[in-house]
Structures are given as structure tokens and as C-alpha cells.
Design a protein around this ligand. Structure first.
Ligand SMILES: C[S@@+](CC[C@H](N)C(=O)[O-])C[C@H]1O[C@@H](n2cnc3c(N)ncnc32)[C@H](O)[C@@H]1O
Length: 230
């Protein structure tokens, strides 16, 4: 009975605020941070991107203007229809329709073969997906041997006092932020994954409140045996 009620609440939430209002307001929510310097940090994350590139959970496409010319082929994915609609519009506005393939898929399981991308990008999605470990394994699967994963994530604050505030705020933040977690230990999750973290810079989301500002930017590599050539 309780689980049925919870299911109803979840369905109503997803049909209203959780997905539609959140997607509709996303660029407006982010605008203050982007203007204060988050968009430069996106460009910094994306600077090493090259070759065949996949972006997961692309949201409304805020990374799209920052990809360098070394990216030769671009595939972007996003699971939620209201976000996909905004993403498709952004691809059109930026004149990228010929260059970008848009696929509706969750990061846990993308419809691409093993070893098929030089670069995988994800910004602020490990805070929202159900299990970041599953997503990191999927990233490793689709990366070519030596391929790179570029990330920008907001994370658990390294200051334990602020981290405790994040734990306190988390239930409300989860509802406000479309199932986002402000307190996830993403650095530790990344370090425990099969990917080799080569660069990890601790940073702050510009102009963000103390309990959401801790951010990391970096690059990890898929260490796998090189594919046999015939
Ligand atoms: C905080 S937003 C970040 C959007 C965008 N990456 C950006 O940098 O602005 C989180 C995004 O993750 C997406 N998302 C949620 N669950 C996901 C999943 N299982 N797989 C992939 N993306 C997911 C949401 O729809 C949303 O677009």
C-alpha cells in the first residue's frame, strides 16, 4: 500500500515538476552560474575533446557551444523527453543539425558498441543517475582503448562541516533538482572505477551556495588492451 502511494507520488512528480518544469526552467536556473564563469569551466573541461565524441545526459545542450574543432563526430544522448525537446531546439539554433546525432538513451545503457568512442563527456550527471558506478562502467565499455572521459561534476564537499549541511539539505534538494544528490562522494566513486583518473581539479561552481559549490573537473582514461589489427 505504502509502495503504491509512493509510486503515485513519483508518477505525479515526474509528470509535473520533476521533469517538465525542471527542463523548462533549467537554462534560467543555470544562467546566473554560467554568467559567473561556469561556461568557461565547461570550455576548460572540453578542451581535450577530440575524435568521435559522445556526450551523456546532455540536458539542454549547455556544453554544445564549447566543443573544440578536434571533435570530428558528435553523438549526444539524453533520456528525458522534455530535455530532449530543448536539446533538439538548441542543436537547431546552433546550426549543428548536420554535425550532431541526438539519441534518446540513459547513461546506464547506451545503444553503441564496445570500444567505439575516442571521448565521452558528462557534466553534472553522476549527481542524478541512480547508480554512478554502473554509468562509469558503461563509459569504460564504449571508450576505445586509451579513450578519455571528460567530466565536470558537483560533489560532496571535502570540508566535513559543509558535507553535513549537504546531508541535511539533500531530501529537499532531491525534489527540487530532478532527483539530484548534492552530497555524493563522486571523487571516491571515480577513483574506485575501472577508469584511470589522470587529471582531477577541485574547483567551485561560480556564484553557487556553499552547500552546492564543490565541483571537480577532469579527465580519466580507459585502460584496456589495444584492439588487435588484422
Ligand atoms: C543537472 S542536469 C545536467 C545537464 C547537462 N549535462 C549540463 O551540463 O547542463 C542532469 C541531467 O542528467 C539527466 N539524467 C538524469 N538521469 C539520467 C540518466 N540515467 N542517464 C543520463 N542522463 C540522465 C537529466 O535529464 C539532466 O539532463
Amino acid at each position: 500500500m505504502a509502495s503504491k502511494a509512493l509510486e503515485v507520488v513519483r508518477t505525479v512528480y515526474n509528470a509535473t515538476w520533476g521533469k517538465y518544469v525542471f527542463a523548462g526552467m533549467y537554462d534560467r536556473f543555470l544562467n546566473k552560474f554560467e554568467q559567473a564563469g561556469l561556461s568557461e569551466k565547461r570550455a576548460e573541461m572540453l578542451a581535450p575533446a577530440h575524435g568521435r565524441t559522445l556526450e551523456l545526459g546532455a540536458g539542454t545542450g549547455l556544453n554544445l557551444p564549447h566543443y573544440p574543432p578536434a571533435v570530428t563526430e558528435m553523438v549526444i544522448t539524453e533520456p528525458y523527453p522534455p530535455m530532449v525537446a530543448k536539446l533538439a531546439r538548441k542543436v537547431g539554433e546552433l546550426g549543428l543539425v548536420q554535425n550532431v546525432q541526438l539519441t534518446v538513451a540513459p547513461a546506464e545503457k547506451v545503444p553503441f558498441p564496445d570500444n567505439s568512442f575516442d571521448t565521452v563527456v558528462a557534466a553534472m550527471i553522476l549527481c542524478t543517475v541512480k547508480d554512478p558506478t554502473v554509468v562509469l562502467a558503461e563509459i569504460e565499455r564504449v571508450l576505445k582503448p586509451g579513450g578519455q572521459y571528460l567530466f565536470l561534476e558537483h560533489v560532496r564537499n571535502p570540508d566535513p562541516k559543509i558535507a553535513r549541511k549537504q546531508d541535511f539539505i539533500q531530501p529537499g534538494w532531491f525534489l527540487f533538482g530532478n532527483e539530484c544528490h548534492c552530497n555524493r562522494p563522486t571523487v571516491e566513486t571515480l577513483q574506485a572505477s575501472g577508469l584511470k583518473v589522470e587529471e582531477l581539479k577541485r574547483d567551485k561552481i561560480p556564484a553557487a551556495a556553499q552547500w552546492i559549490e564543490a565541483m571537480i573537473i577532469g579527465r580519466a582514461v580507459a585502460v584496456k588492451p589495444a584492439l588487435a589489427t588484422v
